[in-house]
Ligand binder design. Structure first.
Ligand code: IMP
Ligand code: MG
Length: 439
């Protein structure tokens, strides 16, 4: 089937370099839509040598003709969103309500949610290593049917009533369980109302206006920009060390109101190695100087929290699983430049696992009933590369071999290759993957 739109997701635990790929693909798109997560995400872009980190605003915002959309599946910190809009304006970008549409039904992260997130991480028994932005508690309230939506910020009476509806329980938790100060409903209402006034012109019910218009729907090229990565999906990820939203491409159904899943190309973004920030098992993690070298060369610090990212080799069993649950058609691989000059490199081809009856198993694909803490990764060593391209501008033969091995292990094409931080550091290896999407 001809692909008319595209869903782009991280194929690992986030931080694969999705922002850069989204930015590049967006030049061919009419719309770029964020559909899940919140400002826990951090998408770093280098455009004309200038660094911008986006947390909430879609990475397609930099192209004049591309409209950026934030769907109702995204949880919003109004103060953070406003700050990001102001920063983009200050950098000279033409930000206005024609350029950025935000769903009035997006849930709001309040001080209650943010403080509970921080308190639980500091004092709870199980640490997830969250970003402390209030993401989990806000999604909890969506499920509990107590969520405050952006549109509620426009009416102080509605807003106050909705805040009161969550305040009793949450202040009891904050004070009695976590020994923190309560949040004042009146002050919170005042602050949120003020942000509502600032943001109101950007609120747009595009669901009705746009997605239900089948002609517009059919003729538009839409890029759905995932945040985090498939292994952090609430349902399909490495639970409980996951985020609270659906990071698989199917999440676009819920978060954006998409109704043409079948006609979307599903592109997984994959780093040439693996990183993870926060807690949770990580079979190919490197604890030696190689891990440190990759961490330093790749500047593997969280864009949102500044935490060091844990680093390890590429993991085929996890990626095969990501392909399966994400219905991935193809990959974009990033940061191959970081792996230059490392000497020999490795990929994990499968795991060995000894079950409770002491029988040994070879596992070539992860499943989320498997205890990742108990697997032993089995590696294949491959020759490393000294540079991304040779003097003729061709991929060096060692890097080409690495890509060939990964493609044959995963049975999916690597269509794009990220070779540096800049917007221009991108090689198109297999344009045919995109069909007419890039025309
Ligand atoms: P939360 O999303 O803040 O609730 O954090 C839950 C888990 O997801 C933690 O391990 C975080 O480090 C991780 N996480 C959340 N957002 C990102 C991201 O954008 N990149 C990488 N990891 C993330
Ligand atoms: Mg990131």
């Amino acid at each position: 089937m001809e692909k008319t739109s595209l869903i782009l997701v991280g194929a690992q635990w986030g931080d694969e370099g999705k922002g850069k790929i989204t930015d590049w693909l967006s030049s061919h798109m009419d719309y770029c839509v964020r559909y899940q997560g919140g400002h826990n995400a951090g998408h770093t872009l280098y455009i004309d040598g200038k660094k911008t980190v986006l947390h909430l605003i879609p990475s397609g915002i930099f192209h004049a003709k591309t409209i950026a959309i934030i769907g109702s599946g995204v949880v919003i910190s109004p103060s953070h969103l406003w700050k990001e809009i102001e920063e983009l304006k200050a950098s000279g970008l033409n930000m206005n309500p024609e350029k950025l549409w935000i769903s009035p039904n997006a849930p709001v992260i309040t001080s209650f949610h943010q403080q509970l997130d921080v308190a639980r991480e500091a004092k709870g028994d199980v640490k997830i290593g969250t970003t402390g932005k209030g993401i989990g508690p806000t999604y909890e309230d969506v499920a509990a049917r107590k969520s405050i939506h952006l549109k509620d910020l426009l009416d102080i009476h509605v807003l106050t009533a909705k805040l009161k509806n969550i305040a009793t329980e949450k202040n009891a938790l904050l004070q009695l369980v976590y020994g923190m100060n309560p949040v004042s409903v009146e002050e919170e209402a005042k602050t949120l109302f003020e942000y509502g006034q600032k943001l109101k012109n950007y609120l747009k019910n595009f669901q009705n206006e746009f997605f239900n218009d089948s002609e517009k729907n059919k003729n538009s090229k839409i890029l759905y920009e995932g945040a985090q990565g498939i292994l952090l999906d609430l349902k399909f990820g490495t639970y409980p060390y996951v985020t609270s939203s659906h990071t698989v491409p199917m999440g676009a159904h819920f978060g954006a109101g998409i109704n043409h899943y079948e006609s979307c190309l599903k592109l997984g973004v994959l780093k040439a190695y693996t990183t993870r920030v926060g807690e949770g098992p990580f079979p190919t993690e490197l604890f030696d100087s190689m891990g440190e070298t990759i961490q330093t060369k790749g500047k593997e610090f969280g864009a949102t929290t500044g935490r060091k990212r844990r680093c390890g080799w590429l993991d085929m069993p996890l990626l095969r699983y990501a392909i399966q649950v994400g219905h991935l058609d193809a990959f974009a691989m990033t940061k191959v430049d970081v792996m230059a000059e490392l000497g020999d490199v490795k990929i994990c081809t499968h795991y060995e696992y000894t079950d409770e009856t002491n029988s040994h198993k070879k596992i070539s694909i992860y499943s989320n009933d498997l205890d990742l803490k108990k697997v032993r990764p089995v590696f294949q060593t491959l020759p490393g590369w000294d540079a991304v391209v040779d003097q003729k501008g061709q991929l060096t033969k060692e890097l080409k071999h690495y890509l060939d091995v990964v493609e044959s292990e995963l049975k999916r094409p690597i269509s794009l290759l990220g070779t540096g931080v800049g917007r221009e550091d991108l090689m198109i290896l297999k344009p045919q993957v995109f069909g007419s999407l890039m025309s």
